[in-house]
Design a protein around this ligand. Structure first.
Ligand SMILES: Cc1cc2nc3c(=O)[nH]c(=O)nc-3n(C[C@H](O)[C@H](O)[C@H](O)COP(=O)(O)O)c2cc1C
Length: 200
């Protein structure tokens, strides 16, 4: 493992549970791989605007045909694609907000879905291009959703990462964090135990 991309999108700052779990995992990774390079992307602090028509149009225009304005509109997304391309492992903190993923994370995904860069269309359907990576997802929730049809996150995140070629995806859950202090402590301890044992 040479490079880890750590992605956070919690709006709760130092009180973020997903950030605390991802920090635990990063500490473990640093201990196991002292020379690892860790890149931190905080989507709540440095949020990306919603994808709009002008930006999407810049994405799908071949680079050599882009106007000066389109070059600017594609540049940040190009950099984000390069950043995740360079990573061997992605540590994705995944809070649940209003039954879904944080909108900041959705905007980030919208910047990563780039035809010809992160996926390509073939006769057999789309093929992801960011292969050979592993993603570890730390999912934190106030309630309990795992294994129910209200878990809108797991399948969506797996589908999206798979679409761009990241098919080795492991989820660690801490659920019921808003149920009671006892439940919160129990769920976080359970997630920590898995983090301690996960093969990295
Ligand atoms: C704006 C907001 C919306 C939330 N919506 C949900 C929800 O729909 N379902 C749920 O189980 N918990 C919900 N929660 C609780 C969070 O999932 C919980 O606080 C979790 O720890 C979030 O991760 P974080 O601490 O890293 O931000 C919500 C919390 C906030 C702040």
């Amino acid at each position: 493992m040479k490079t880890v991309l750590s992605i956070n999108s919690s709006i709760l700052g130092d009180n973020s549970q997903s950030r605390q779990l991802s920090n635990q995992l990063l500490e473990r990774i640093k201990t196991a791989h002292p020379s690892v390079k860790i890149i931190e992307r905080d989507l709540a602090k440095d949020s990306l605007p919603h994808l709009n028509g002008e930006q999407f149009s810049a994405f799908i225009t071949p680079p050599e045909q882009r106007t000066a304005e389109q070059k600017v509109l594609a540049a940040q997304s190009d950099d984000l694609v390069q950043e995740i391309s360079d990573a061997d492992t992605v540590v994705l903190a995944l809070p649940m907000y209003n039954f879904g993923i944080p909108s900041q994370l959705k905007s980030y995904f919208d910047n990563l879905a780039r035809a010809g860069m992160t996926f390509k269309y073939t006769a057999a359907g789309p093929v992801g291009l960011l292969t050979g990576k592993k993603a570890i997802v730390l999912a934190t929730r106030g309630g309990f959703y795992f294994g129910t049809d209200k878990d809108t996150q797991t399948k969506y995140v797996k589908d999206f990462l798979g679409f761009i070629g990241i098919t080795d995806v492991e989820f660690i859950y801490a659920e019921g964090l808003a149920v009671s202090p006892e439940q919160k402590a129990k769920s976080l301890a359970g997630a920590s135990e898995i983090i301690t044992a996960i093969s990295i």
